[in-house]
Design a protein around this ligand. Structure first.
Ligand code: ZN
Length: 329
């Protein structure tokens, strides 16, 4: 399973920056607690925090998204990131045995010699386990950061709370939400060429933003020779995402062409990837990009005229990817 991380919610950036600052400071707390109502994105925020602390090449406070550490984090295989969750779906609590194991891990040095991070949803642990965890909170080993997540701090042992630096995660207000979602929807409208049936399909897919973000991230990794094309194809076909990916490929190629031809950057659809789009524009061959775009348009028109079968979409996607490989190879 991969860890899907869409960008940080804009109303959480203050907390995120505050956390990174406290990590950089010598007096940094080793244990922090993110508290706030359920379903407001505390775990997602904790992933961002952990990824950024582990990143080998941070850009300001943010993870670079490209180094080995970031890639391992995304693949849920970073040896210095430990998320402690109940062992099975049925068993909803973290028990004392798991915490004893965690205590042992905390004493050990990190795998890469940098920070190691432990993430625990504190209300899922039994009182007995919570008591066993106090020692780790009190005497942490060097370069260990413990992030606790909590929906209701009144249910947590005061001895745990007193050992943590608390971050209250606020529930966004209506204006925050309207601003955030209208910009998201704007890009969904643009990607789907203002066609309501396509837009509804995209909005109906809860993961749309994550899928889009991961696809473009991988697209630029591929262009910069950091990952293989097979990898992009695999994640696409594993999840049956060919139709949606075709639209993404089209919109990013269109953006690259606009950049090469010197059109003002405000016209670019994928504004959140603008630095990736513009950074490499000199290395693209304009003629090849135009040919690729023509080909994609042709292929898309075939797919729209035909019955929408999965097999057809898969074949069409494969053809686009092949053309794409020739263009950027
Ligand atoms: Zn990184």
């Amino acid at each position: 399973m991969t860890i899907p991380i869409a960008p940080i919610y804009p109303w959480q950036t203050n907390v995120f920056d505050g956390f990174i600052k406290s990590c950089k400071s010598l007096k940094s707390h080793h244990a922090i607690m993110l508290t706030g109502l359920s379903n407001i994105g505390k775990i997602k925020l904790a992933y961002h925090m952990a990824k950024s602390v582990l990143c080998k090449n941070t850009q300001g406070n943010n993870a670079c998204q490209k180094c080995d550490s970031c890639l391992q984090f995304d693949n849920n295989s970073h040896p210095d990131f430990h998320q402690i969750t109940p062992p099975t779906y049925k068993q909803k609590t973290v028990g004392i045995e798991q915490i004893r194991q965690t205590n042992k891990q905390i004493i050990n040095k990190s795998f890469y010699g940098g920070y190691q991070i432990f993430l625990i949803s504190i209300q899922s642990i039994t009182t007995e386990a919570a008591n066993a965890f106090l020692k780790s909170l009190e005497e942490p080993s060097d370069k260990t950061i413990i992030i606790l997540i909590c929906d209701n701090k009144h249910k947590i042992l005061p001895t745990i709370i007193s050992r943590c630096l608390l971050f209250n995660i606020k529930t966004p207000n209506k204006n925050d939400l309207i601003n955030y979602y209208s910009s998201q929807y704007e890009s969904i409208f643009a990607h789907n060429f203002n066609r309501p049936a396509l837009i509804e399909k995209a909005i109906g897919n809860k993961n749309y933003n994550n899928i889009r973000h991961n696809f473009f991230k991988n697209f630029f990794l591929f262009i910069n020779d950091n990952i293989s094309l097979e990898y992009i194809c695999k994640i696409t076909t594993d999840e049956n995402l060919e139709p949606i990916m075709m639209e993404f490929v089209h919109s990013i190629i269109m953006d690259i062409l606009l950049t090469i031809t010197g059109i003002e950057s405000a016209k670019i659809t994928n504004q959140d990837f603008i630095s990736d789009i513009t950074k490499n524009h000199r290395k693209y061959n304009k003629l090849k990009i135009i040919q690729l775009l023509k080909y994609i348009n042709y292929i898309r028109s075939i797919s729209q005229d035909s019955l929408n079968t999965d097999t057809l979409h898969r074949e069409i996607f494969a053809r686009i990817i092949l053309a794409f490989n020739e263009t950027f190879a």
